[in-house]
Design a protein around this ligand. Structure first.
Ligand SMILES: Nc1ncnc2c1ncn2[C@@H]1O[C@H](COP(=O)(O)OP(=O)(O)OP(=O)(O)O)[C@@H](O)[C@H]1O
Ligand SMILES: [Mg+2]
Length: 411
C-alpha cells in the first residue's frame, strides 16, 4: 500500500481568516484516506506569484483560487495548468472570466427562473476611439432612459451589467433620480432592473460543490450584520427550492463556489444576484456562518483531491436547455435541473465519502473554533479591516457569534 500525497494550493489575495482556519483544521485532521490501494495524504500550501515557463510542470493536484476575477497573472497560470497539467481548480477560470452578471440573468431567464425584468442600456460616455463617432452616428438610437423607468415601475435598480460588491448600484425612485444615476454611470454598461418591491425575505444561499447554506440577509444593516443569525425564517421546502436554484446556477456555469441572492415576494423566490463566483468568505461578514464555510471548503477540497475527480473543463449547457424546452411547470423543471447538478457534483458519492472519511470533521472544527489559534485568525482579519480602536470590540463580537454557533444544538 503506497502513501501518496495530494498537493493543495491556495491562490489567495486579501484572504486572511479562512485560509488560517482551513490550514489548521487540515493539520489537525491529518487525513490518511484509503483510495484504490493507496493511502492518500494532503499537503496544503499557498501559491506564490512569480514568472513561469508555459511548459513548466505544476506540483498541485487542486487549487482553490480567489484571484482569477481580478489578478490576471494567476488566472493565466491556472489556465495553463488546467490545459497542460490536468489541474483541478475552483472555479473554472474561463467561466469566471466569461460569465458576468448579464450572462447569468440571460441563461437563468431562459431556464424559466423568475428574474425581474431587466434592460441593458448603452453607456453614457466612452473612451475615445476613431471608430466611435461613425458607429454611434450611424447606429445609436436616441432614447429616453426615463421611459424605461416608467415601464419597469418605481423604485427600480440601476447597476453595472458585470457588477459585484454593490459597485455602482443605485436604487432609483423617480425620473430625476434615474437621469442622475445614468449621468453618473459614466463609461459603465448598465442594467436597469425592476425592483422586487415589497419582498418579505432576502436570502443568500452559499453553494460549495453540492453543499448549500441559506442565510437570511439584511441589505440595510451595516456590513457586519448583513448576514443575520436568524434561524427558521423559511420552510424546509423553500430551503430545498433555493438549494436547487443555487446548484442549478453553479453547475450550469461550472462554478464550485458561488452565492445566490433571492428575494421572496408573494411566496415566489426571485433570484436577483447570482454571479458571485468568488463568494465572500470572511469572518467579518460571515461571523457565525464562518465555521460552516470553512468546513465546506475542507470537505469539497478533500473529496475532489482524494478521488481525483476530473474537472469539467467545458461547459455543457445542452442538457439544461433540453429540460427548459419541455412543457413542464417551473418547479418540475427545477427538479430536473437540480438532478443534472447533483450528477455533476456527484452529490450521493460525496455524501457517502464524507460519512466514511470525514465523520470526525464536525468535532475537530468544533474544538478548533474554541482555540486561541481560531481567535487569532479572527483578530487578524478584523485588524486588517477595522480602525485600531474598533479591533477589540469587533474581534469579540465575531468571536462571540462563533461561540454561539458552538453552543447551538443544530450546528
Ligand atoms: N431587483 C432588485 N429588487 C430589489 N432589490 C434589489 C434589486 N437589485 C438589487 N437590489 C438591492 O441592491 C443590492 C445590490 O445589488 P446586487 O446584489 O445586484 O449588486 P452586487 O454589486 O452584485 O452586490 P454583491 O455585493 O451582493 O455582489 C442588493 O443586495 C439588493 O439589496
Ligand atoms: Mg448582491
Amino acid at each position: 500500500m503506497a502513501e501518496v500525497v495530494r498537493h493543495i494550493g491556495l491562490s489567495l489575495g486579501a484572504d486572511i481568516c479562512w485560509p488560517l482556519c482551513f490550514e489548521a483544521i487540515m493539520r489537525e485532521l491529518d487525513l490518511r484516506i484509503p483510495v484504490g490501494g493507496d493511502t492518500v495524504r494532503f499537503e496544503v500550501e499557498r501559491v506564490t506569484i512569480e514568472p513561469f515557463d508555459l511548459r513548466q510542470p505544476c506540483k498541485y493536484d487542486l487549487v482553490v483560487d480567489r484571484l482569477t476575477h481580478w489578478y490576471h497573472t494567476s488566472r493565466e497560470w491556472i489556465k495553463k495548468a488546467i490545459l497542460m497539467d490536468d489541474l483541478y481548480v475552483f472555479n473554472n477560470p474561463w467561466s469566471v472570466q466569461a460569465n458576468e452578471k448579464h450572462t447569468t440573468y440571460c441563461a437563468m431567464m431562459q431556464l424559466g427562473m423568475p428574474i425581474p425584468e431587466t434592460w441593458m442600456v448603452p453607456p453614457k460616455s466612452y473612451e475615445p476611439n476613431p471608430d466611435l463617432k461613425p458607429t454611434l452616428t450611424r447606429y445609436a438610437k436616441l432614447f429616453d432612459v426615463s421611459k424605461l423607468g416608467d415601464r419597469l415601475g418605481w423604485p427600480m435598480f440601476m447597476k453595472p451589467y458585470d457588477g459585484g460588491g454593490w459597485r455602482g448600484v443605485t436604487k432609483v425612485d423617480d425620473t430625476n433620480a434615474l437621469w442622475k444615476a445614468y449621468e453618473e454611470s459614466g463609461k459603465s454598461v448598465m442594467h436597469i432592473q425592476a425592483g422586487v418591491n415589497g419582498f418579505d425575505r432576502f436570502v443568500r444561499c452559499i453553494g460549495f460543490g453540492p453543499q448549500t447554506h441559506c442565510v437570511l440577509y439584511d441589505p440595510d444593516a451595516p456590513l457586519h450584520d448583513r448576514y443575520t443569525t436568524k434561524t427558521e425564517f423559511m420552510t424546509k421546502a423553500e430551503e430545498e427550492h433555493l438549494r436547487k436554484v443555487t446548484l442549478t446556477i453553479n453547475s450550469f456555469f461550472g462554478w464550485e463556489f458561488n452565492s445566490c441572492e433571492s428575494l421572496r415576494r408573494d411566496g415566489i423566490w426571485h433570484p436577483i444576484d447570482f454571479a458571485n463566483p468568488c463568494p465572500d468568505s470572511q469572518v467579518t461578514s460571515l461571523h457565525g456562518h464562518f465555521p460552516w464555510l470553512v468546513k465546506a471548503y475542507v470537505r469539497w477540497v478533500v473529496f475532489c483531491a482524494a478521488t481525483k475527480r476530473k474537472m469539467r473543463k467545458n461547459q455543457d449547457w445542452s442538457p439544461f436547455y433540453e429540460v427548459a424546452a419541455l412543457d413542464l411547470p417551473y418547479e418540475e423543471k427545477l427538479s430536473r435541473y437540480a438532478a443534472i447538478a447533483d450528477e455533476r457534483f456527484e452529490t450521493a458519492r460525496f455524501e457517502e465519502f464524507c460519512a466514511k472519511h470525514l465523520g470526525h470533521l464536525d468535532e475537530v472544527a468544533w474544538s478548533f473554533f474554541g482555540t486561541n489559534g481560531a481567535k487569532d485568525a479572527v483578530r487578524q482579519k478584523v485588524t486588517a479591516l477595522f480602525p485600531p480602536h474598533e479591533v477589540e470590540r469587533f474581534t469579540e463580537l465575531f468571536w462571540s457569534r462563533i461561540q454561539d454557533w458552538r453552543g447551538a444544538p443544530t450546528r
